[in-house]
Design a protein around this ligand. Structure first.
Ligand SMILES: O=C(O)C1=C[C@@H](OP(=O)(O)O)[C@@H](O)[C@H](O)C1
Ligand SMILES: C=C(OP(=O)(O)O)C(=O)O
Length: 428
């Protein structure tokens, strides 16, 4: 793909239907849990993107046989029944937060020495809280550079179980990682969440996937979980729903252009919390049609909104794009944790909106956007797929919007621009 992508404005409202690829969060959980399970599992609707490729490559390096058929979106995993075959491995996780956090926990179940690392940005993304929590469960694990960020070294002798605590204010992925491997510990594990927990709906995805593989967890108190040693049971086949964060771009395209866009394969009962982005659009004035196997957003005149996006923060950038076309300001609040993602997203949103001539106020944990005249601009994306996908939406209405490094969408959605063009083509 070339260095920049010139977005073509649409001549009128977008009307059409699209089905985004499989959920990244569910794919990477299902892979971990199927790897720990007894026997063979077939996953369908699997996402093929950099974040899932690095996960699959890593599982193969750990001696777990994962056979990936990207054409058909399927994966067949030969589960290891809780015994990691490899006794040493070096894993490369690029900038996939789910992969490095989940695999650090998975390696702790093994017997041997494992190293996990990623790209320059990954080396700035925190993991210390997870390291500390695993250490409390008897694992010899450390951040080699002393920064609290990768690279990580795990000297594993099996997970003993016991009591541990995990901070919740940086990333929910730590707790998800602990929950998924705890059934493979030698003894019972009790996990206490310390302080506030960000991105809570992702825990429901974790519990949902675990339940599909026959493992349940005792929630002793609101923030205390107890997990007994158990083996995951393969469900036979497991179908992964489309990615709800990816769907947000198409819902937003309807809102911005005043059209009607249907996303197939998702409904309001989706496992992914990001489905609730449609509620935000609804509060801004859109009409939403919720069907059994699809959701349609009908764009209407939009009003600005003040919204806590802690639970659905992967759609914060999508909302930043929509906000430009609303009447009155929009405040996206309680999202300090998005400073630790692919880039510092609060700063990136503010910088790129200002580049288009928009007035923005940024605080430690929020951004307030004042719609105004939008200037043509080349949008910097900071190797963040969500900057590319969300800011491209602005170009559907405003001429002269270019997206730098459009190939960065490969992290979760390699064919994003093809699908967006397909949707635009359905209108004309
Ligand atoms: O568990 C998951 O699948 C994810 C949790 C969220 O991260 P945090 O818990 O770090 O906010 C989210 O941003 C990420 O894209 C996927
Ligand atoms: C934050 C994200 O991913 P991860 O933390 O898994 O790298 C994301 O996909 O927006």
């Amino acid at each position: 793909m070339s260095d920049t992508y010139q977005v073509q404005p649409v001549s009128g409202p977008l009307n059409g239907a699209v089905r985004p690829p499989g959920s990244k969060s569910i794919t990477n959980r299902a892979l971990i849990v199927a790897a720990l399970a007894e026997g063979q599992t077939e996953l369908t609707g699997v996402l093929d993107s950099r974040d899932t490729q690095v996960m699959i490559e890593s599982l193969n390096r750990l001696g777990i046989n994962v056979d990936h058929d990207p054409e058909n979106c399927t994966v067949v995993v030969q589960g290891c029944g809780g015994q990691i075959p490899a006794s040493e491995a070096s894993l490369w996780l690029e900038n996939s937060g789910t992969s490095i956090r989940f695999l650090t926990a998975l390696c702790s179940v093994g017997q041997g020495e494992f190293q996990l690392d990623g790209n320059a940005r990954m080396r700035q993304r925190p993991i210390q809280d997870l390291i500390d929590a695993l250490a409390q469960l008897g694992v010899d694990v450390s951040c080699e550079s002393g920064t609290g960020c990768p690279p990580v070294r795990v000297k594993a002798r099996g997970l003993l179980g016991g009591e541990t605590a995990i901070a919740g204010n940086v990333s929910s992925q730590y707790l998800s990682a602990l929950l998924m491997v705890a059934p493979a510990a030698l003894g019972p594990t009790t996990i206490t969440i310390q302080g506030e927990m960000v991105s809570r709906p992702y825990l429901d995805i974790t519990l949902g996937v675990m339940a599909q593989f026959g493992v349940t967890i005792d929630r002793v108190q609101n923030d205390v979980w107890r997990i007994l040693p158990q083996t995951y049971q393969r469900p036979g086949a497991y179908d992964i729903e489309p990615d709800a964060s990816a769907a947000s771009y198409f819902f937003a395209a309807a809102a911005i252009t005043g059209g009607s866009v249907t996303v197939d394969g998702l409904n309001q009962d989706a496992l992914q919390g990001d489905i609730n982005f449609i509620r935000v659009l609804e509060d801004m004035g859109c009409d939403i049609k919720r069907d059994r196997n699809s959701i349609t957003v009908h764009g209407k005149p939009l009003k600005g909104i003040d919204v806590d996006m802690n639970e659905i923060s992967d759609t914060a950038q999508t909302l930043a794009a929509v906000a430009l076309f609303a009447e009155g300001p929009t405040c996206i609040r309680n999202v300090a944790h998005i400073r630790h993602k692919e880039t510092d997203r609060l700063s990136a949103i503010a910088t790129e909106l200002k580049r288009m001539g928009i007035q923005v106020e940024e605080t430690d944990d929020s951004v307030t956007i004042h719609p105004g005249e939008i200037q043509p601009a080349v949008i910097e994306t900071y190797d963040d797929h969500r900057m590319a996908m969300s800011f491209a939406l602005v170009g559907l209405k405003v001429p002269g919007i270019q997206i730098a490094d459009p190939g960065c969408t490969a992290k979760t959605y390699p064919r994003f621009f093809d699908d967006l063009e397909w949707l635009c083509g359905q209108t004309s």
